[in-house]
Each structure stands twice: as C-alpha cells, then as structure tokens.
Design a protein around this ligand. Structure first.
Ligand SMILES: [Cu+2]
Length: 149
C-alpha cells in the first residue's frame, strides 16, 4: 500500500472512531420507538420505546409539536385498578435497557394537535440529564402504529 493511501486510511479511521466515541458519550440509544395511533377526536396519546445508554443518565421528559404537553407515566395495579402516575425523572442505568411499553412505563401525550394516523410518523424530542446535570435533547422520528393485541 502506498504510504499516502495508508495515511489517508488511518486518518479516516481515527476520524471515525473519534466521532463514534463522541456520539456514544452523548446519544442515548433509542430502539423500537413508536407512537400509538389515536381515534378521531382523541386528545391523549402514548409513545413507547426502549432506552439504553453506556453510562448512567436520567430521562427527564419529552416534547413535540403534535402535543401540548408530554409526561412520563408509570402504571401500577392498585386495588385491582390500573393507575397511572407521573414520573418526574426516570433513571437509565448504564448498559441496562429501560423499556416503555403498553401496560407499563409510557410517554403520555396530552392536548394532541391532530389525530395520530397509523402509517405516518411523529417527531418527538427526548430530554436526558447526565450525571453532571447537563441536559441533552434528542429528536427522533417515530412511526405511528396501532396497538397490537
Ligand atoms: Cu399515562
């Protein structure tokens, strides 16, 4: 291999690994994200996803153009009734996936600006707080889907 070519390749590799580690440090991995389709006139919706990060972080909330307000909710059985509760902060433990799914943790979308139609996408911005209290925002495009029963 020519020295010059090798130099270019090595620089590329160095560049790639630097940007990869920078991304790892700030970006939380969001998998299986989806927003639940709503019926016409329905003003409240929900979004689900699995969050994983390589260091401890805290999920502190979300916002979107499609909703007036978004809260993190948990669900628990109380006297045989499913109760939803608002969660201010959801700790994400390093390396451990945190799953928001139907019948469990979820994002609750209030004051929807339009019906959420299956097959379309919704853009949500997720907010995380690292151990130093620094908040980062991650905007994600999520598919809108019907709940599978
Ligand atoms: Cu809820």
């Amino acid at each position: 291999m020519h020295t010059f070519t090798r130099f270019i390749l090595l620089s590329l590799i160095a560049l790639l690994s630097v940007s990869a580690s920078a991304a790892e440090a700030t970006q939380v991995t969001v998998q299986n994200a989806w927003v639940r389709a709503t019926a016409p006139g329905q003003k409240v919706g929900a979004a689900y996803m699995t969050l994983t990060h390589n260091q401890n972080t805290t999920f502190v909330g979300a916002y979107a153009d499609i909703a007036g307000n978004i809260e993190i909710h948990s669900m628990e059985m109380k006297n045989n009734v499913m109760k939803m509760r608002m969660v201010d902060e959801l700790p994400i433990v390093a390396g451990k996936p945190t799953t928001l799914a139907p019948s469990g943790l979820h994002l609750m979308l209030f004051d929807l600006k339009k019906p959420l139609k299956a097959g379309e996408n919704a853009e949500l911005t997720l907010c995380f707080k690292d151990k130093n209290g620094v908040i980062t925002h991650q905007t994600m495009t999520m598919p809108i889907k019907e709940l599978e029963r």
